[in-house]
Design a protein around this ligand. Structure first.
Ligand SMILES: NC(=O)c1ccc[n+]([C@@H]2O[C@H](COP(=O)([O-])OP(=O)(O)OC[C@H]3O[C@@H](n4cnc5c(N)ncnc54)[C@H](O)[C@@H]3O)[C@@H](O)[C@H]2O)c1
Ligand SMILES: [Zn+2]
Length: 363
């Protein structure tokens, strides 16, 4: 029986269960006689999160591999540095990687682990809301390739995920907002009346709220990804807001604009809800309600030019798409997602007749 997430989620291949471990029992997740243990963190989590992990895991000997904070670290160059470090330190199948950080560290370390010696064990310790509610669940790892997001990756579950509220105490407010967007997405996908829950999220993120919403997100995402671990069917509903969101994110990446994943997805969910309205009867009232609910999470300021032609390039580069067709997961209404909605990229523009959406794109 699951009562709290303050502990560990055991990932055993495709199965998972939450295991209640007291804080003093974290070290139970470390397999016996592992050597060496490599802590992978970024410049921020090394300072803010690593000390808590070392204290709770009671690990005496470990190595540290640090990456610069930020999306640019999800790169092959950084992977190469890690693998060189792994070779120098004889990291083999007896070894263990412990990833401590947000989605960047988890995606990066998981990918490095999945490829090194055809896969060595790792544990994920998510320290951002984005990572706790989303990136740590579902076994996707990956790095970016050129300006394309998550173009290289694998499905590779960690042995355990350890999720703890205390990590969030040092998370900057912009990243707190950023992570809440994925929780909102989960509410929109599963709940016919998500508005109260969404409103509650805008308030302070205290332990009680965290315990409720993170647990809900973990259970929801886990149930979907267990049903469809390799993204062949139902898991695609999790792409709500992400087809457009990823295109915006890739464009921002190319233009060296500061845009976080959650900020891009907030815009993506709202923009795509217009498609839901045009194609699936998503109601105007809910479209307006979504704007009210999501606009606080939009990038501030949002001031880079977006040309349709640039967006096309990235929409087509999306892993889900082929032959000038773009696939979306859209809402018929809250709690009722439809996946595999396919649209011709050249036709897409004609759907966007809404004034506010049009103003985002320069024709
Ligand atoms: N694999 C998946 O299923 C999946 C799902 C969602 C997102 N992602 C990926 O996750 C990434 C975004 O994750 P993110 O928003 O966590 O970004 P992030 O990892 O860059 O973390 C955000 C910032 O917060 C800092 N930080 C993290 N934890 C901290 C803490 N406890 N205290 C202080 N600072 C802390 C980081 O150093 C960074 O500066 C993207 O690359 C996205 O593609 C992957
Ligand atoms: Zn996402």
């Amino acid at each position: 029986m699951v009562r709290t997430v303050n502990d560990a989620i055991k990932m055993d291949g495709r199965t998972f269960h939450l295991e209640r471990l007291g804080a003093h029992q974290w070290n139970q997740v470390i397999p016996k006689e592992v050597f060496p243990i490599v802590m992978v963190c970024d410049t921020n989590t090394r300072v803010h999160s690593l000390p808590l992990v070392i204290e709770k895991l009671e690990i005496e000997k470990h190595l540290i591999f640090e990456i610069p904070e930020g999306e640019h670290s999800k790169s092959l160059e950084q992977c190469q540095k890690f693998w060189e470090f792994a070779a120098e330190n004889n990291l083999g199948r007896q070894g263990l990687i412990i990833a401590i950080g947000g989605g960047v560290v988890l995606d990066f370390a998981g990918f490095c682990a999945s490829v090194w010696k055809r896969g060595i064990a790792y544990i994920s310790i998510p320290t951002s809301i984005m990572a706790q509610a989303d990136a740590a669940i579902g076994a996707k790892t990956g790095v970016n390739f050129h300006q394309y997001k998550n173009m290289l990756g694998s499905f590779y579950p960690p042995l355990f995920v350890i999720t703890h509220f205390d990590f969030l105490k040092t998370l900057p407010s912009r990243h707190i907002k950023n992570g809440k967007v994925e929780i909102i997405k989960h509410l929109l996908l599963q709940d016919e009346n998500p508005w109260q829950g969404i409103e509650k999220l805008q308030k302070d993120f205290d332990f009680e709220t965290w315990n409720e919403v993170i647990l809900n997100s973990i259970k929801f995402k886990s149930s979907i990804t267990l049903e469809d671990p390799f993204d062949q069917g139902k898991r695609k509903i999790l792409n709500l807001g992400h087809t457009m969101g990823h295109a915006l994110e890739s464009l921002a990446f190319e233009k060296e604009q500061d845009l976080l994943h959650g900020e891009a997805v907030a815009m993506g969910i709202w923009i795509e809800s217009w498609l839901g309205k045009e194609l699936l009867g998503y109601s105007s009232a809910h479209f307006d309600q979504l704007y009210t609910s999501l606009s606080p999470y939009f990038p501030d300021p949002f001031n880079f030019d977006i040309q349709w032609s640039e967006i096309h390039k990235y929409l087509l580069a999306d892993k889900k798409n082929s032959n000038e067709k773009v696939q979306f997961a859209l809402l018929e209404k809250p709690g009722h997602p439809i996946w595999n909605v396919e649209l011709d990229v050249n036709q897409l523009e004609i759907y966007f007749t809404d004034r506010k959406i049009k103003s985002i794109f320069t024709p």
